[in-house]
Design a protein around this ligand. Sequence first.
Ligand code: FES
Ligand code: FES
Length: 175
Amino acid sequence: MRRDERRCISVTLNGRQRSGWCESRELLSDFLRHELGATGTHVGCEHGVCGACTVQVDGVAARSCLMLAVQAEDRRIDTVEGLAPDHQLGDLQLAFRRHHALQCGFCTAGILMSCADYLQRVPDPTEAQVREMLSGHICRCTGYTPIVAAVLDVAAARAQARQAGAQPAKEPSHA
Ligand code: FES
Ligand code: FES
């Protein structure tokens, strides 16, 4: 079998300019993990069903197993690593920890990226809306209830902060 020609592409990964080599048919998920070392992005089904590989492309949640790496050229890619710059957990991650919203954690990175995008677009969702959004993710451990609670908790805290004209206070990280 003929090996595809490799080419060098550049992306803005979590705010930093990064370049790497990929084959023309290489998936974005594989490029992120194996070429750029962003292993927080997990791969499950590899055909767009489970949601584990969800990242954000130009600020919008997208399955990185349904996109070729070359399609990401010169675009902004955010992965779960970007939610904790300087190793400080963000409010969404802190809420997941508080509510025990992960078990094995395999699906968590993708869910966090979807939730982060969703809360930007729908800052005050109902429980039914959160559950509908999460229906795009398959959690093998089936722990959806604490995830819903965590998302609603963050939405409420952000709404309160907006009303007070301040950012929600961060919990100290014990990681
Ligand atoms: Fe991409 Fe399952 S690995 S949706
Ligand atoms: Fe285990 Fe979701 S926490 S797959």
